[in-house]
Design a protein around this ligand. Structure first.
Ligand code: ZN
Length: 117
């Protein structure tokens, strides 16, 4: 199995492939962010994401404990919370609650998280 890159590697790979950077403000340096950021999710959105994250964690543990039927379809999941016409692939989900799994991307050279110090 090829090694998986971290979230930052994944975001850079998507951007280079012509997709979008879903959260470019996350890389703001310490002390340069805003104190309050508006929330755009409603309760059911948060529940949906939280339940998928919990199931993903449990399935990952069960697969490693010898239950191959718990294997997930990919390494990166997208959930359609609100359709955004015109968004680039793979963020071009067409329906609310649509779930799309994608493969991982390899670590990028020079990544401070993925490369050993
Ligand atoms: Zn990385």
């Amino acid at each position: 199995m090829a090694p998986h890159g971290c979230l930052t590697c994944r975001r850079h790979s998507l951007t280079e492939a012509g997709s979008l950077d879903p959260e470019p403000a996350l890389d703001a340096g310490y002390g340069t962010g805003t104190r309050h950021r508006p929330m755009t999710a409603v309760g059911p959105d948060l529940h949906l994401v939280a339940h998928l994250a919990a199931k993903t964690a449990a399935a990952t543990l069960l697969e490693h404990a010898g239950h191959p039927d718990q294997r997930l379809p990919g390494e990166h999941a997208l959930i359609g919370l609100r359709r955004q016409p015109g968004w680039a692939a793979p963020f071009d989900l067409g329906r609310t609650a649509e779930l799309r799994w994608l493969p991982a991307t390899p670590p990028r050279p020079g990544c401070p998280t993925c490369e050993a110090p």
